[in-house]
Design a protein around this ligand. Structure first.
Ligand SMILES: [Zn+2]
Length: 349
């Protein structure tokens, strides 16, 4: 075990699958199911503290605890890999994985614990609601994340497909985890998760009982275990939102072989026309981002757009050559020579 041993670089999907396989769904060592065995031990420990717990069906307990552990894996993921590309891909993959192993029911139950986490983010450690400013801040982060995704992946809301709706659910869950905290001194998340678990198991455990404390430490352990596992791997961040699972979706966003201007990462040359209005734009123009996906037509240059019968936009003046100085910053040249501007553009990039 060398200190300087480099971690293997793996994809979001491989990393998640390895965890789900080796810790839950194929956790078999010497012929015995380690995950179920562990849950049996937990079950006994809780029954030991509260006899009424023995009424609970061990299969139901398995299902709830598995969903809870997967939700906490996702939370640990969002704490370690903060970028939305990574967290959203992880969420999309988890749904896909559960579909593959025919356990989509677990996905639904994960949603229950996800909502419990979301509730914990607007409460203080003592269970009182947080001040309005803190709540507004968390809600703003959530909305921004959701809108950024919707902007890049859907574009036109009237073209929202079932696939989009499934994706939207995955993104919403990622957004719900924003602000969820598992630090020991602020264990409101553990309390909320434990309460939701007790509620779903329909057991009459009071929040103060030893049984619930035992369950709470197991819940905390799920998070810690996931955190440890994620520290041991180096996950390759996906380049684009939902690239791995929504290849179809991405190709739908391509117009004339170019990404639609709504894909914000795109910073390219060329001009984009709106076939509905016959007006063309610089791709960074806000009006270009309003073009419906199926109406975006790409041109190599403004000359090509003009030759195609398109008129220049009055806002971004795409007939005026430009050069890209920095990412996100552009300067318009005024010498009117597109040849010079194009050579500037190439050297600047
Ligand atoms: Zn424009």
């Amino acid at each position: 075990m060398g200190l300087f041993k480099s971690k293997p670089k793996i994809s979001v999907e491989d990393c998640s699958r390895q965890f789900y396989d080796s810790s839950i769904f194929q956790a078999v060592i010497a012929g015995s199911d380690v995950w179920s065995g562990y849950l049996d031990t937990v079950f006994e420990a809780v029954v030991d503290a509260d006899q009424s717990f023995s009424k609970i069906d061990p299969n139901v307990f398995w299902t709830e605890m598995t969903a809870l552990r997967m939700e906490l894996f996702a939370l640990a993921w969002s704490h370690r890999f903060k970028k939305p590309q990574s967290t959203i891909s992880q969420s999309l993959y988890t749904r896909e994985y559960l579909k593959d192993v025919r356990k989509l029911k677990l996905w639904q139950i994960m949603g229950e614990y996800n909502r419990a986490l979301a509730q914990s983010t607007v409460m203080e450690a003592n269970g009182q609601p947080k001040d309005e400013w803190s709540v507004a801040k968390i809600n703003k982060l959530r909305t921004d994340m959701f809108e950024e995704w919707a902007d890049a992946s859907i574009g036109d809301p009237s073209r929202m497909t079932n696939e989009h709706k499934e994706q939207a659910e995955c993104v919403a869950r990622v957004a719900n985890r924003v602000g969820a905290d598992m630090r020991r001194e602020n264990c409101i998340a553990v309390v909320r998760l434990g309460a939701r678990l007790a509620d779903r198991l329909r057991c009459d455990i009071n929040l103060d009982t030893e049984a619930l404390l035992r369950l709470g430490s197991v819940i905390f352990g799920f998070y810690m275990g996931a955190e440890e596992y994620l520290k041991s791997v180096d996950v390759q961040a996906p380049k684009e939102l939902s690239r791995s699972l929504a290849q179809d979706e991405l190709s739908r966003l391509l117009a004339n072989g170019r990404p639609h201007p709504r894909i914000k990462q795109y910073l390219g040359s060329g001009r984009v026309g709106n076939s509905y209005t016959s007006i063309f734009h610089h791709p960074d123009c806000y009006r270009a981002r309003q073009i419906k996906i199926n109406k975006a037509i790409w041109f190599e240059s403004s000359d090509e757009a003009t030759a195609g019968g398109y008129k220049p936009c009055g806002v971004c003046k795409p007939q005026v050559p430009y050069t890209v100085l920095n990412i996100g910053r552009q300067a318009y040249l005024t010498d009117g020579s597109s040849k010079i501007a194009d050579s500037h553009l190439k050297s600047d990039l």
